[in-house]
Design a protein around this ligand. Structure first.
Ligand code: 5MM
Length: 360
């Protein structure tokens, strides 16, 4: 029996999002986050500056060599470039898919101080239909999980927080597929804190188990989702930091234990890592576990069932934002910085990244 046309289209979109050793550019900062980033480099926090910045990113020459799709926010999806072309149209004309962040943010979880649950399900069905009409073909929802070291009281994350976020992600995903959009499932275990890499691995594994259980429970087609997880890393405040190889090994093991092979792709968030660390760790995953790896003994090597890619925001954008600083005259240089980061990450997806490439 042949598959319904809608399922085939969703699967094709999902495959296209991670194809060709390319990744996604997350430029879906909410207005408040974007303003915060602008404030940190002295840029005026206005709608027109956000529009100008997003236009700069989307019109970067040759970006589509490395980027399959861009994740926008509602404001950007409705904005026009200086010459009156919709920004989303510019992305599509350049060969990039358009995605849209549809959650309305992480809100305090009642009864669990310090923990959050992401909201945005009310009215989502109608919003998704509108986004599809505006040309979006995938969507994104981020759940936020804050880990504390094992043994600290109260236990963080709580099972209430993990389950509430996993449930919301699954309901969002089912609505996306119904509307013809591929859902990016982003359960982020934060890097803030002093937890170890082992603790991050434990929590990430717990979170991903819960997410996939909920996806199955809500009848989500796993062949048409993209997972956007954190890499398994020690908290930024942990005295014991790890090598790129240790991060790569822990991350891949965690994913092998939790993510079904039916999932067409995994695209990491950068989460506050430096741009170079994010590329270096992504590269290590490919040199250690990619098809031509010799680092892992053949009897212990798992062929990865899904492509590993990137869906970075800060690790792609930050050098460009710093250079641009709101100055039209810095536009071309900022675009070169963005393209450079995109190329470094594309090299990482082939295990070809090096400090030499980084320095070019
Ligand atoms: C974790 O944040 C996502 C990936 O960005 P990084 O690579 O910088 O970690 C990012 O897409 C995030 O979800 C958006 O910037 C939206 O964030 P807010 O908090 O503004 O909704």
């Amino acid at each position: 029996m042949s598959e319904p046309v809608a399922s085939v289209a969703l699967q094709e979109t999902a495959a296209a999002m991670v194809a060709g050793h390319r990744g996604l550019l997350a430029m879906d900062e909410s207005i408040s986050t974007c303003n915060k980033r602008f404030a940190s480099v002295g840029i005026a926090q206005t709608e027109d500056m956000r529009r100008a910045y997003r236009e700069l990113l989307i019109t970067t020459p040759a970006l589509a060599e490395c980027i399959n799709g861009v994740i926008l926010v509602d404001e950007t999806l409705r904005q026009m470039s200086t010459d009156g072309t919709p920004l989303a149209q510019i992305a599509r004309n350049a060969g990039m898919l358009v995605g849209i962040k549809v959650d309305t943010g992480a809100k305090a979880l009642a009864g669990h101080p310090g923990e959050h649950v992401t909201e945005g399900l009310d009215g989502l069905r109608e919003r998704l239909q509108d986004y599809f009409r505006l040309g979006a073909r995938f969507a994104k929802w981020r759940g936020v999980i804050a880990p504390a070291p094992a043994g600290r009281w109260p236990e963080r994350p709580s099972s209430a927080c993990i389950e509430a976020n996993a449930h919301a992600l699954a309901r969002y995903a089912a609505l996306c597929q119904e509307a013809g959009l591929v859902p990016i499932i982003e359960p982020e275990v934060l890097m803030d804190g002093d937890h170890t890499l082992a603790r991050c691995a434990e929590v990430t594994e717990q979170v991903l188990h819960s997410v996939f259980e909920q996806l199955v429970c809500q009848g989500v087609m796993l062949e048409a989702v993209i997972l956007k997880p954190n890499m398994v890393v020690a908290g930024l405040g942990c005295a014991d930091q790890n090598t790129a190889e240790e991060v790569a090994a822990a991350t891949v093991l965690c994913l092998l234990r939790t993510v079904p092979g039916a999932v067409p792709g995994i695209a990491f968030l950068s989460g506050g890592q430096t741009a170079v660390d994010a590329s270096c760790r992504l590269n290590a995953m490919h040199t250690m576990f990619g098809p031509s790896s010799t680092a892992v003994p053949s009897n212990r090597r798992h062929p990865l069932p899904w492509p590993l890619s990137f869906s970075f925001a800060r690790a792609l954008q930050h050098p460009a934002l710093d250079i641009w600083a709101g100055q039209h005259a810095h536009r071309a240089e900022a675009q070169s910085a963005l393209l450079h980061r995109a190329r470094c990450n594309r090299a990482a997806l082939q295990g070809l990244w090096s400090l030499e490439i980084e320095a070019r």
